[in-house]
Design a protein around this ligand. Structure first.
Ligand SMILES: [Mg+2]
Length: 389
């Protein structure tokens, strides 16, 4: 089998966008003079890559991170490395892409591009073997995939309470809210962030796990104070309190709190996660398979995490992460972004692909008989997208 062609498609959303009060901390929100500190973190496009073989198989990969740049990297730097190659040599092809781009790559958009291609290669591998990808990775390690509901964007306490009650009634036993108040709101904002957690805890009781997302928005002194104030609420974890490069500060923070610290959504490759392990920086890894280096690299990081007693709970749901969760003992559950109106961009994959697993009673199931990743591109109801090839 040989790769004959590679197509990239940028899906740009031109449809309606819900503009609710989706305020949360970001890396920009602690800077002065910022009018819209979330602007850099809203995204309304998605990259799809299709790899075609000489026996007419088509593997699909995707990237949500910086899709326009990712497209350019695939088209100009990576595509040529794969044409004519055997797509089942995933280990070799990953190394070829990584080593050919290492001078300008290693993290960020280049790794998203490599990840998208790696996912498409594994899709082909599954289609050729007539097996779902999780069966090729290690098979079924759990009867179903438990999920936690990832939303609760509002800072309106009444809406927050209603949303939390609603998710609980849908059968979710875990849910994540965002820090609605950035560092620049000072101690008053910190109290309000804690108040948001309290409202959710009071709404759902003690048997539901609550996670708090800080989206890289704080610094060490603030994070330390926030964690101390959050001790009574039995959080499952506090997520991305600091910048991804502040590994040494995560290690320091961990000594001050009993709340598990999570991160890695913006970390890349086995090398990045090796550094996190060496520094004893995090309790939970949250890579996204479509950023970290695809299935090839995700599988290795799961093994490393398992060796060190670190849980893997990938970022963002989506089929490429679900295959990893299903096939690894390191991973107890998945994130679940429900299908909603387009609001921050995380929801967009529901509008592009058919085949995404839908949670029932808070649980996801993968089909033992559906080969590959299990996704196809929607052909209907895509009129709100401008597709750039
Ligand atoms: Mg996150």
């Amino acid at each position: 089998m040989k790769i004959t062609s590679i197509r990239t498609k940028l899906y740009q959303w031109n449809g309606p966008v819900k503009t609710a009060d989706t305020i949360f901390a970001t890396p920009v929100s602690l800077l002065p003079f910022q009018k819209d500190s979330q602007a850099a973190y809203r995204f309304f496009s998605w990259l799809v890559v299709e790899i075609e073989t000489d026996n007419n198989l088509v593997g699909i990969g995707n990237a949500g991170l910086c899709p326009d740049v990712t497209k350019l990297i695939i088209d100009s730097k990576l595509k040529g490395l794969l044409i004519g190659e055997d797509p089942t040599n995933t280990e070799l092809l990953y190394e070829k892409m990584y080593r050919s781009s290492v001078a300008f790559g290693r993290k960020g958009a280049v790794m998203a591009a490599i990840s998208a291609l790696d996912i498409a290669l594994w899709d082909i591998k599954g289609l050729a073997a007539k097996q779902p990808v999780f069966k090729l990775l290690g098979g079924r390690t759990k009867e179903y995939i438990p999920t936690y509901y990832s939303r609760l964007y509002t800072r309106n306490l009444e809406s927050l309470q209603k949303e939390a009650e609603d998710f609980k009634s849908q059968g979710f036993t875990g849910m994540k809210l965002r820090c609605g108040y950035p560092l620049t709101d000072g101690m008053e904002g910190l109290k309000k962030n804690v108040e948001m957690v309290k409202v959710v805890r009071d709404a759902v009781g003690d048997d539901v796990e609550i996670m708090l997302e800080a989206y890289m928005g704080f610094n060490f002194p603030y994070a330390k104070k926030l964690l101390k104030a959050l001790e009574p609420f039995n959080l499952r974890w506090a997520e991305e309190l600091l910048l991804p490069d502040e590994i040494h500060l995560f290690s320091k923070l961990k000594k001050h709190t009993s709340i598990p610290l999570s991160g890695g959504e913006h970390e890349y490759t086995r090398f990045g996660f090796h550094d996190l392990i060496q520094s004893n920086a995090l309790d939970i890894f949250q890579f996204d398979t479509n950023r970290v280096g695809g299935f090839t690299e995700a599988q290795k990081i799961c093994t490393m995490a398992q060796m060190h007693g670190i849980e893997v709970i990938p970022h963002g749901g989506q089929m490429h992460n679900l295959h990893v969760v299903m096939s690894s003992f390191a991973s107890p559950m998945a994130e679940y972004f429900p299908q909603t109106e387009i609001e921050v961009g995380n929801e967009m994959f529901w509008y592009i692909f058919d085949g995404e697993a839908i949670a029932e009673n808070g649980k996801l199931q993968l089909d033992d008989n559906k080969p590959g990743v299990g996704l196809t591109l929607k052909t209907k109801n895509i009129e709100h997208f401008k597709i750039i090839e």
